[in-house]
Design a protein around this ligand. Structure first.
Ligand SMILES: *Cc1c(COP(=O)(O)O)cnc(C)c1O
Length: 240
């Protein structure tokens, strides 16, 4: 039936599939929250739509999903520039590395920037936010695994960096974000991030992806970032 030429016949199964995936992930979040004695409403599901076809993104919107994450500014503009005006209550999070020359575009598009990790970037974001734009709050990304190839401030430098961003630059920092090393037990990293947020008086924790979001919810995540678990495998990246 999928080879039928009518576009309706093509899109309906995708809508149903994405709707089912979203329902399954939401149920798993609720179950993990229950295990930890947490209110499931305290956990926001970010649907990570990077490198996904528009028809799947539209299917998620049709299923009522409103919070999305992207990791490249240019691709996010392509995905969301027009949809922004069509959809009520859309909330877009930047979850990928931000170059300083893209800060203006990022602040114009994203409600939340989760990847503040160096002073120069924090300064530029604070300046851009002061002259308008959409961004309301920021997270600081912590490289909990201290991996050289990964973005994020080192754990030993996190407290001082948080203070600099908040107190000196006036950035509205609300939480911390991390991406644990692929080959390590994520729970240790989630617990470390939670403790770091607690001692700095930050309430939001962005942690957990398709493979480990339930663990993250048990350890206090207030945002989980799920891509393939909702949309399936990503498209290959264009080169350049
Ligand atoms: C791609 C990405 C995700 C989603 O990954 P999945 O394993 O597909 O759920 C989450 N967080 C960040 C920072 C990402 O870049």
């Amino acid at each position: 039936m999928l080879q039928d030429s009518g576009s309706r016949v093509m899109t309906e199964p995708i809508e149903r599939q994405i709707g089912q995936n979203l329902a399954r992930v939401r149920a798993a979040i609720a179950a993990a929250a229950a295990v930890a004695g947490r209110d499931p409403a305290a956990v926001s599901l970010i649907a990570v739509s990077k490198a996904q076809p528009m028809e799947k993104i539209d299917a998620a919107l049709a299923a009522g999903q409103r919070v999305f994450g992207e990791n490249r500014v240019q691709e996010a503009v392509e995905h969301w520039r027009d949809r922004r005006s069509m959809e009520d209550g859309l909330e877009l999070h930047l979850i990928g590395p931000l170059q300083t020359n893209k800060v203006k575009d990022a602040v114009a598009l994203f409600d939340v920037i989760q990847t503040i990790d160096r002073r120069k970037l924090a300064e530029k974001v604070a300046t851009a936010m002061a002259s308008g734009g959409r961004t309301k709050v920021c997270f600081i990304e912590v490289n909990t695994g201290e991996e050289p190839q990964k973005a994020g401030v080192l754990p030993a430098e996190a407290d001082a960096f948080i203070a600099t961003c908040r107190d000196e630059l006036g950035l509205p920092v609300v939480g911390l974000m991390c991406i644990p090393p692929a080959d390590e037990e994520p729970a240790l990293h989630f617990a470390l991030l939670h403790e770091m947020a607690r001692r700095n008086g930050l309430t939001e924790l962005s942690m957990g992806m398709t493979s480990d979001y339930e663990t993250a919810v048990e350890l206090g995540a207030t945002y989980v970032r799920v891509g393939t678990g909702i949309f399936g495998e990503r498209l290959p990246r264009r080169v350049g």
